[in-house]
Design a protein around this ligand. Structure first.
Ligand code: KG4
Ligand code: ZN
Length: 368
């Protein structure tokens, strides 16, 4: 069975072909991705309407590309899968509309996939795929969740963020450090040169006794620290004492003119605070469930410091940890084709020959 997958939930158009035989783990034949990051950079974040329009431009050329590199014809596609949600409504509608149009034209069934299920199952595309059951740490730009995963479609939420997601904490901290959008990878790069213990930042809900997260307060602490650093720098330049309260009128303007070592230290301290919380809660989830496997998925799963700390802690506890391939951590079509293939294999869901579609901009994964 040949599955064509289309991802268009946010600022990346992804298309992929996955081959699925019997109960064997499906294999990736080809995938292609177009990232809109450059287009949105000028606005400091994703502009939904521009995103939708760009998905329209990219999706068919990318489909042709994966057919050509996968050495397949459109007529050989058995199922067309698309991201049904969660995500930006207009962006989702593009993928859903194109998938249903292709399905109708080819007289083949279609299947709407949950974006987070795509992330969750993406490690099955790696050379070292996990086995069920496992604890999943889902860390993307919009979600931070710990789940118990007993099989395809068998997801129980253990804990999640009550405000910002981990990716958001990276992105918002990066923005106030003048690193632009999306700041996560840029902040991570700066953090490599810094001292993670340089600034004391809060580890929200670290000892809350449950598996929930909160990152909004951390972002505020980073903001206050950045303001202090700018105010101290300005005062020093003017030969004055640094102000004790209300530093710099609430602005971080000038942060990017601070000495590199200071900026890298704040980046490293921010990253360390986020990583500490993610690692501690993941280890608690493993202890509480008694499971011996951890799967990490979503964009923040590409973070090197997070991987290092998880590897270290899991090795200590004799737990196996699995990640998607680095280039499949962030949004892509391969994970959507893969999730569709695995749902079909598990008999949980059939692809349908009905081409009326809806999308679900908000869609809890444990409601699947
Ligand atoms: O999963 P994803 O591509 O999109 C969503 O479904 O949200 O995740 C994107 C998020 C962004 O917040 C981005 O800054 C973050 O993942 N990210 C990283 C890294 N690479 C991507 N955060 C920290 N370190 C990285 N290396
Ligand atoms: Zn995503």
């Amino acid at each position: 069975m040949l599955v064509l997958g289309i991802e268009s939930s946010c600022d990346e158009t992804g298309v992929a072909l996955v081959q699925c035989e019997g109960q064997a783990i499906p294999t990736l034949l080809s995938h292609a991705l177009y990232s809109q990051i450059e287009m949105h950079q000028a606005f400091g974040g994703v502009v939904p309407e521009l995103a939708s329009r760009d998905h329209i431009r990219r999706v068919l050329p990318l489909t042709q590309e994966v057919l050509s590199t996968g050495d397949r014809l459109l007529a050989q596609v058995d199922v067309v899968a698309y991201t049904r949600g969660p995500g930006l409504a207009g962006a989702l509608l593009v993928g859903a509309g194109v998938a249903c149009a292709l399905g109708a034209a080819l007289d083949k069934p279609v299947l709407g996939v949950h974006h987070l299920e795509g992330h969750l199952l993406s490690p099955f595309l790696s050379v070292d795929p996990p086995e069920f059951p496992f604890v999943a740490l889902l860390v993307s730009g919009g979600h931070t969740q710990l789940m118990r995963v007993d099989g395809v479609g068998r997801y129980a939420l253990l804990g999640e963020t009550i405000d910002d997601a981990a990716g958001e904490a990276f992105d918002k901290s990066a923005k106030l450090m003048g690193l632009g959008y999306p700041g996560g990878p840029a902040l991570a790069r700066m953090a490599e040169q810094g001292d993670p213990a340089a600034y004391k930042l809060p580890r929200p809900l670290l000892n809350s006794g449950n598996l929930d997260f909160s990152f909004a307060g951390l972002k505020t602490a980073v903001l206050v620290q950045a303001q202090r650093m700018v105010a101290a720098d300005l005062a020093m330049a003017a030969g004055e004492e640094p102000p004790k309260s209300q530093p710099n009128g609430g602005s971080t303007a000038g942060f990017d003119a601070l000495p590199m070592v200071q900026r890298c230290n704040l980046a490293a301290s921010t990253q360390a605070a986020i990583v500490d919380v993610l690692v501690k809660k993941s280890m608690t989830a493993l202890n509480e469930t008694g499971l011996q496997r951890l799967v990490v998925a979503g964009g923040v799963g590409a973070n090197r410091a997070l991987r290092e700390q998880l590897n270290l802690n899991c090795a200590k506890q004799g737990v196996r940890v699995h990640y998607p391939e680095l280039h499949l951590c962030t949004d892509n079509g391969a994970m959507i084709a893969m999730a569709a293939a695995m749902r079909l294999q598990s008999g949980l869901q059939d692809a349908v020959m009905a081409y009326a579609f809806d999308v679900k901009p908000r869609w809890p994964l444990d409601g699947l």
